[in-house]
Design a binder for this molecule. Structure first.
Ligand SMILES: NC(=O)c1ccc[n+]([C@@H]2O[C@H](COP(=O)([O-])OP(=O)(O)OC[C@H]3O[C@@H](n4cnc5c(N)ncnc54)[C@H](OP(=O)(O)O)[C@@H]3O)[C@@H](O)[C@H]2O)c1
Length: 400
């Protein structure tokens, strides 16, 4: 049966083909929501997930994907049965995720969460097309190695993390040599006003309730510890031509300004929008064009005021840890990222307190330094090895 979607997309010369790695997640479904609003502009090639076969099958049917790939091989039969008779090709396992990333498509949206996204995102980065990057862990763990792969393949990298999308938009038509500072804003998360005693009692439920953004669980916890902003600091360092000391973080609870760039003449530009990931994702998909979007518009008069404050590094030391790992260089950021992922899992499983997340990461970085484990990675394999070592260190610290 031919439906309206198919009629509107068939045979159009400027239809953009899109693959979404991590299609069932928060960024993945927001991306599909944009595609649903502009069906004449996009055609879905491959959609991937890790274990949610039911949602992947539903999305693959609704968006007429050509391929649906599930990372967890034990869910293959379920996915195959759910898509039987649709003509959608089904595959499973880590190699299949990489194969999905390598399929011909104009744009690959990299929205797998965590270091699990490294191999498929690298695969997409090697193909010289547009890579709309949400998976910040890739830049954090593999920074220079990843950027070399991007440059060698001629891939067009468009960040879709909101702050980096802001910086991308602000810098695209400006003289980047004249940049004095890039200022990333942070909402401050759900515990912005909590003192240390209260933070010690913070539960996963409270940490997952982000005041401004609706996101997956891992990034929500990272926002509560401010590790997310630390990871974004490292991400910005690799994306933009500035030194680490030129990247600043400012807490801005309204989350309207996502990024500011100050130039050497003292002029400052800001990128503003309501906190809705569909805006940076639209930029990632359409740049330099702009898509029509139904998202809420900023109403300056209703807003009345925008406020800013310095991050409290005593209550939220994750930002300092990330900056130190960036300055230490080599595999230190990969170890920071891996240890953080294990610690966040431990917190969500109630094996660690909220404050123990950052303490665990700090202990792992110290132990890695003392053991001479921090090296200069040359390849993705070196990065994956450091990731594994960071995970093991964290498991040892937690006693898991
Ligand atoms: N959410 C946001 O607003 C936001 C904003 C900026 C940046 N980001 C970044 O975007 C990325 C995705 O975040 P998210 O919030 O969308 O995460 P999420 O909601 O947890 O979704 C993660 C996606 O990745 C898949 N996945 C999980 N583990 C996997 C594995 N081991 N192998 C392959 N696929 C796996 C999941 O599949 P299943 O559903 O089957 O588990 C799901 O499709 C992260 O790097 C995050 O830092 C997110």
């Amino acid at each position: 049966m031919v439906d309206a979607f198919e009629l509107r997309t068939a045979g159009q010369a400027n239809v953009k083909t899109v693959t979404i790695l991590g299609a069932t997640g928060s960024v993945g479904t927001s991306t599909l929501d944009i595609i649903r609003q502009a069906p004449e502009a996009f055609q879905v090639v491959a959609l991937t997930a890790q274990s949610n076969a039911a949602k992947l099958a539903e999305l693959a049917r609704a968006y007429r994907a050509k391929f649906a790939v599930i990372g967890d091989t034990s869910r293959y039969a379920e996915l195959r049965d759910l898509l039987a008779g649709t003509g959608i090709e089904v595959a499973a396992g880590p190699e299949a995720l990489v194969a999905a990333a390598e399929m011909p498509a104009d744009c690959v949206v990299a929205a797998i969460t965590g270091a699990a996204g490294l191999a498929p995102t690298f695969a997409a980065a090697g193909k010289g097309r547009r890579l709309a990057l949400a998976n910040k862990e890739c830049l954090v763990a593999a920074g220079d190695v990843f950027m070399s792969a991007i440059r060698e393949s001629g891939t067009e990298l468009v960040p879709i993390d909101s702050e980096h999308s802001g910086a991308f938009q602000l810098l695209k038509d400006n003289n980047t040599r004249a940049v004095e500072r890039i200022i990333l804003t942070a909402s401050g998360g759900p515990f912005r006003d909590w003192d240390l005693d209260r933070l010690a009692t913070a539960t996963p439920e409270a940490a997952l309730k982000h005041p401004k953004w609706s996101m997956g669980p891992k990034i929500s916890i990272d926002s509560a510890t401010l590790m997310n902003k630390g990871l974004e600091l490292i991400e910005a360092y690799h994306l933009f031509p500035v030194e680490a000391r030129q990247i600043e973080v400012v807490v801005h609870p309204q989350s309207i300004i996502h990024c500011l760039v100050m130039f050497q003449d003292g002029s400052m530009l800001a990128q503003m929008s309501c906190p809705d990931m569909r805006i940076p994702i639209s930029v990632g998909l359409a740049w330099p064009e702009r898509l029509q979007s139904p998202v809420e518009r900023v109403d300056l008069v209703k807003l009345q005021s925008l406020t800013f404050e310095a991050p409290d590094l005593t209550r939220f030391p994750a930002l300092t840890l990330a900056r130190e790992a960036l300055e230490r260089g080599g595999t230190a950021p990969a170890i920071l990222n891996a240890a953080n992922e294990v610690a966040v899992e431990g917190f969500l499983a109630r094996r660690l307190s909220f404050l123990d997340i950052t303490r665990t990461v700090a202990t792992c970085l110290n132990r890695a330094e003392q053991a001479g484990m921090i090296k200069l990675p040359q390849t993705l394999e070196d990065v994956l090895e450091a990731d594994g070592a960071g995970r093991q260190l964290a498991r040892d610290v937690i006693g898991a």
